[in-house]
Each structure stands twice: as C-alpha cells, then as structure tokens.
Design a protein around this ligand. Structure first.
Ligand code: G6P
Length: 611
C-alpha cells in the first residue's frame, strides 16, 4: 500500500522520483505527490496517476537535487489533492512521505489541535509530521532526535522519509512494518518501498530493519534504532536486472508475466531439482526439514492468490506426506486465538513478503513456538526475514497487480517442499517420488504449450466480454484453480465471478444458472473426472453456457461444452500449474476488451501492508 521514493545526490531529483513512482504504482495509484527544494520546500500533489502528477509539474522549472515522492492507496481520507502526500509540517519547513498507518493518530491530533495546530488533510501522516515538529520545537534537540522521540510514541506501521527546508543534503527515514530499501550510489542515495526505482542507478542496497532510523546527511549514511543504539547497515547486492521490471514488448505487465511462466517455473526449479538423478534439494529449508517431517500438522497462512496456492498445497501435502494441513486466511487466523502447539509448522505464502496480515499471523504463531517456513517471491522481504527458514519462488518482479507467475512459482516451491517431506517420511514410494520429479520437470514445457492457445482464448473472451456474471467450478486440486480463475476475472474486469467446488454447485449457485450464465469448468482427466462430467450435464440441463478446460484427447466433454480448451496431461496434484494458465489469459483478454486497466485495477494494490 503506497509507494515511496526519495533521492539526494547530484541528479535531477524530480526525474528520478517520478520514474521511481511509476515503477511503484502497483502499490497504490489514487493520487501522487512530490516535494522538492527549489526556492524553498515546495510540494506538488495531484489526485490520479503518477502521470497526472507529471503533467501537473512538467511545465515548472523544478531543478532540485533532493526530493521525496509518494503514490497513494488511500486509508485515512479520500483520494484527493489535499490528502495526497507529501505533507507539510505546521511551519512548512518539513515534508514527509509515509506508507503505513499511524493507529493512535486521533489522540495525537487532539493534543496537537489543543496546542493550536491546524490540519489541512484528513490523513494520519500529516499528524505525524506536525507531531515531530512539535517535539523538535519544544525540546531543543536535533531533527533526527525529534523523529526518534516521536516514533517512540507512535503506534502503527510506517515507512517514512522526511526532508527539511533548511538542510538541502539531509533525508531522514524510518521503518516499522512497511518496507524501505536504501540504494547507495556514488555520492548519491535513493530510498524506496522496493528496489525497482533504484536498480537502474545502483545495485548496492541496505534493507532497513524494523524500528531503525536512517539519516543521510552530507553524503554519509548513519543508521540507529529508535532506542538510540547505533546499527551497522548491511550492504547487499541486488540480483535483479532492469529488463525484469520493463514490459519487454508486451502491452501489459500482466500479459508479460503470464507468458514468462515457463521461464519463471524453470528458474524456480533450477539448482533444486534433478529428476534424472532423483535429486531434490531446497537449501533454504535444509536445517528445518526434519522438524517439518516430524510435524503433527502444518498450518498454511496467506491472503488472496497466495491463499489459493495454499489450498492446492493442502491437497498435495495430505496426499503425499499424510500430515494434516489447515489453510487459513491470515487475517482470520491472527484474530481468533488459534490453537498452535510447540513444533507446529506454519508455512507463510506471500508474493510480496510484505502483506500485513500474513506477517502478523506468523509473528503470532512464532510467539507460540511454531516453526515458520516462508514461501516468498521478494528477496529480503519482511516475511522472508521473519521466517525461521524458507524457499524463494524466484519468479522475478511481479508488477501486474493481479498475481499470475507468482502463483505458479508458489505451487512449484510447495510441490518441492511436499515431495522432500514425503520422501523423508517414507509416505511416497521411490517410484512415485521419481515419477513426480519427472512430471515437475515437464511443467514448463506444458505451460508453454498452453500459452500457444492464446488466440483461441482471446476468441472465447470476445464471446463473453459483456456478461455480468461468471461461475468457475472444479473438483479436487482444480477447485482452488476455480477460485483463482474467478478472482482473476473479478479483480481486473470487474465482472462478478464466483469459484465453487463443482459438487457444491447444487447447494446454491445452481439457482443462478440460465442461458445467460457462463460456467467455466476445470475438468481435466483425473480421479473425479466422471463426477465433473455429471456436473457439466447438470449445468447443460439448465441451459448454462459451458467453457471447459480439459485434458488433450478428451473426446467426451468437447461434445457437451460450447468451448473447450485442451491442456496437456499432467498428474492431478500438479495440474493446477497448467490448468490455471487458460483462466489467466481469459480474464486478461476480457478485461482488455472491456477497456479496463489490467495492470492497475481500481481499488486494489499489489502489496497490502495495512490490515
Ligand atoms: C493483494 C494482491 C493479490 C495478492 C494478495 C496477497 O490482494 O492484489 O494479488 O494475492 O495481496 O499478497 P502476497 O504478496 O502476500 O502474496
């Protein structure tokens, strides 16, 4: 939620910041703003996209070598010019950008109003900068110390950067619960919510830790904790390449990311799986594998698409490892006094590694003695760091708000974890273990074959682009695929869509079926094939319009369905990695045909760092 960028050095800060904000727009895009030092501390803000801000400031001569910028996903206060960040302090000598929520802002605001402060916006952020300035003015201390004292009284989550009218070389940043990366160039520094705005300038970065304050002053970086203990910044090398965050000839990031899946799955398998040698090595969990093997149960916590990956994993783990698995929405789990026993294994799945509910859920489980295994895409993210061990999905940056390649990479990692545990527990025979590894190795090629159906899927999309509703049905591990297909469609096309286990249709959704209702069946040849054929017949009998994802060579369902999409045969446990691809493409094309902004759907954000 919200993206922040800051720069100090010798370049044109406006250019660096606007470019950076565009890269972070996936985090929020309802308004944007920038503060620059140019004949004083000037703030420019605009409701809408970063490009609206750019058009707003483009005619001004705003040369400045220091600045801060923000792209917003509103929490406190509607999206408008006034509520957009940066916010000034009372005297207008400070400006702040903030990602997160100051939970005790209303009590702080009340006190400040009593002291005569006047607020222009409805935001918690404006309260924070007034509060900092108030402490600064009344304590005869440095600005850095005032920030530290203020943060000691703040409840909530934040990544903030502050600049000052009177100090053209200084930026002060801090984080708790929201990410902040500092890029270190030659005589210049960058700060951002993730590394994408930084990568084209430097690969040396510091990930600020929770409750740390970073001060850049006169070309020097200092870090300390909010308790005033000096900390040594740990400089890491970014492994990401610039091309990975550009569209590379595709119309949208989402389409690029869908088409990247053969590569991203291969990258995820690389160095870990050698089917020929029967070898599966996940270095990141090596030290904890025995604890996982001996666990009485596994709890999976996640949100959104990652939760769907967790559901697929539940089928897999129970089938092959014979360990009971519970899949929990992180937001529900953390608020219901869950029973967690010492030694329980909690797998946290998160593309961004920053989802606030997932992070809080694992902190809770950790405090009760659980072992936390992170399955994250973003290297160095908060969830990755809060986990005892984990495996990265290595899908590369996912920029489209609707998750696609992260989902299939999560399934790839989860299946490798599953087969490693099953082998060590002796719940899988050597023959099946070997067969599953071979199967896993073939997935990228099979995904590639499904992508060749893009034109056919576009035609199907054309038929259904104007419908108001859509139903997705599947059984077994294709049930979570039905949920994911429905989620993709509603996220980016705003068509109401529901995913259901196909047999549950009789307990409600069947009432919706008439000649107008499209029903997408994920009906590949597996152990529930006959059952799903009956479900298709039930829909046909009520004149529903059937689109079916089937296994190549199926000659029964094509006679019943209005449209069929054939995917290669895959073991049913791994089928979701293949059967989800046509549904990603279908929702993409429908959304494009409806004129929707597929990469930045309304009201959504890619990284949900608020509850
Ligand atoms: C948001 C995104 C989804 C994502 C979910 C969980 O809702 O729009 O695409 O699945 O958060 O995010 P995570 O980063 O934890 O996987």
């Amino acid at each position: 939620m919200c993206g922040i960028v800051a720069y100090v050095g010798h370049r044109d800060a406006q250019e660096v910041i606007i470019k950076g904000l565009k890269r972070l727009e996936y985090r929020g895009y309802d308004s944007a703003g920038i503060a620059l030092l140019n004949n004083g501390l000037n703030v420019y803000k605009k409701k809408g996209k970063v490009s609206d801000l750019e058009n707003h400031v483009i005619h001004e001569n705003l040369r400045s070598t220091i600045g801060i910028g923000h792209t917003r996903w509103a929490t406190h206060g509607e999206p408008n010019d006034v509520n957009a960040h940066p916010h000034y302090s009372s005297s207008k000598s400070l400006a702040i950008i903030h990602n997160g929520i100051i939970e005790n802002y209303s009590s702080l605001k009340k006190d400040l109003i009593q002291k005569g402060h006047q607020f222009l916006s409805e935001t918690d952020t404006e309260v924070l900068i007034h509060f900092i300035e108030d402490i600064w003015e009344n304590n005869d201390c440095s600005l850095e110390e005032a920030v530290r004292l203020a943060l000691n009284q703040v409840i909530g989550a934040y990544a903030i950067v502050i600049m000052s009218k009177d100090n053209p070389d200084m930026l002060i940043a801090a984080r708790k619960g929201s990410p902040l990366v500092i890029g270190i160039g030659k005589d210049e520094y960058f700060m951002a919510s993730d590394a994408t705005p930084i990568i084209e300038y430097t690969k040396d970065v510091v990930y600020l830790n929770d409750l740390e304050i970073a001060v850049i002053d006169n070309g020097e970086l200092r870090v300390k904790t909010v308790e005033d203990i000096p900390a040594t910044p740990y400089i890491q090398k970014l492994e990401m390449e610039l091309e990975a965050i550009e569209k590379g000839g595709f119309d949208h990031f989402m389409l690029k990311e869908i088409f990247e899946q053969p590569r991203s799955i291969r990258d995820c398998l690389r160095g870990r799986l050698d089917a020929h040698a029967g070898r599966l090595v996940l270095g990141g969990i090596r030290e904890y594998i025995n604890k996982m093997v001996n666990a009485d149960r596994i709890i999976i916590v996640a949100c959104g698409t990652s939760w769907h990956a967790g559901l697929v994993a539940e089928y897999m783990f129970e089938e092959f490892c014979r360990i009971p698995v519970e899949v929990e929405y992180a937001s529900e789990f953390r608020y219901r006094n869950p029973i967690i026993r010492e030694g329980d294994v909690v797998i946290a799945i998160s593309q961004s590694g920053e989802t606030a509910d997932t992070l809080a859920a694992i902190e809770l489980a950790k405090s009760k003695g659980a072992i936390i295994i992170g399955v994250c895409n973003v290297v160095g993210s908060s969830i990755a760091r809060a986990s005892h061990a984990g495996s990265y999905t290595h899908a590369g940056p996912e920029i489209g708000v609707a998750s696609t390649k992260a989902f299939t990479a999560q399934l790839t990692v989860l299946s490798m974890i599953c087969f490693s545990i099953a082998q060590k527990r002796g719940t899988i025979s050597d023959q099946v273990f070997h067969q599953m590894l071979v199967e896993l190795e073939t997935i990228p090629d099979k995904v590639e074959r499904v992508l060749k159906l893009n034109n056919k899927i576009r035609e199907i999309a054309y038929t259904f682009k104007d419908v108001p509703n859509f139903l997705y049905l599947g059984r077994g591990s294709n049930f979570p695929v039905a949920l994911e297909g429905a989620l993709k469609l509603k996220e980016i096309s705003y068509i109401h869509a529901e995913g259901y286990p196909a047999a549950e249709m009789k307990h409600g959704p069947i009432a919706l079926i008439d000649e107008e209702m499209p029903v997408a069946f994920i009906a590949t040849s597996d152990s529930s094939y006959e059952k799903i054929v009956s479900n298709i017949q039930e829909v046909k009998a009520r004149k529903g319009r059937v689109i079916a994802v089937v296994t190549e060579g199926d000659n029964l369902i094509p006679q019943m369905a209005e449209f069929t999409i054939e995917v290669p045969a895959v073991h049913e446990a791994l089928m979701p990695m293949v059967s989800v691809i046509p549904l990603q493409l279908l929702s993409y094309h429908i959304a494009v045909m409806r004129g929707c902004n597929v990469d930045q759907p309304r009201n959504l954000a890619k990284s949900v760092t608020v509850e």
